[in-house]
Design a protein around this ligand. Sequence first.
Ligand SMILES: [Zn+2]
Ligand SMILES: [Zn+2]
Length: 183
Amino acid sequence: MTNYLSDMETKKCFKCGVVKPLSEFYKHPRMEDGHLNKCKECTKKDAKTRYNILSTDKNWLEKERVRNREKFKRLGYKDKFKRIRKICPLESNISRRLRNRGYDTKGKEAHHWNYNLPYSIFLLSRKAHRCIHQFINVNYLDKYCYTMDGKKIDTVEKAISVFSSILKSNGINEELKVLNISL
Ligand SMILES: [Zn+2]
Ligand SMILES: [Zn+2]
């Protein structure tokens, strides 16, 4: 009942004084009715005015640019690495297989060069692993990795050559060896 009523509810914007449906007010958890007292239109107008005033300040503009750039970077990275952990995990299965073969997995991550071959992996430090992923794209449909200029990494030889040049150009010295842990 209350839900039904709240859809129909209206309120008066304190700024422009117009009575509008609740959907014309931004949601705000701290407000008694869960919405701001200023309508969306007035809120947008005020934000724009604020921006116009602040943007005449060069220092503010530069700070804002840096802030946005960092925010974008942060979110982008976070999202990308969450996906990497999902597709290049050192999950118990792979970790056990490696340990059984005498590999030291401490501080290492398994990097797949071809997701069609889940047991063909590189054992890398986190740093090297992240570095490689910054310079390749994973195609989630065909499950292959691609270089930034679109070349498909479809053989182990290509994988080693692409990955090692990525690491080298980023000053990371790490041996690249494919481990086959399917057997
Ligand atoms: Zn208003
Ligand atoms: Zn990986």
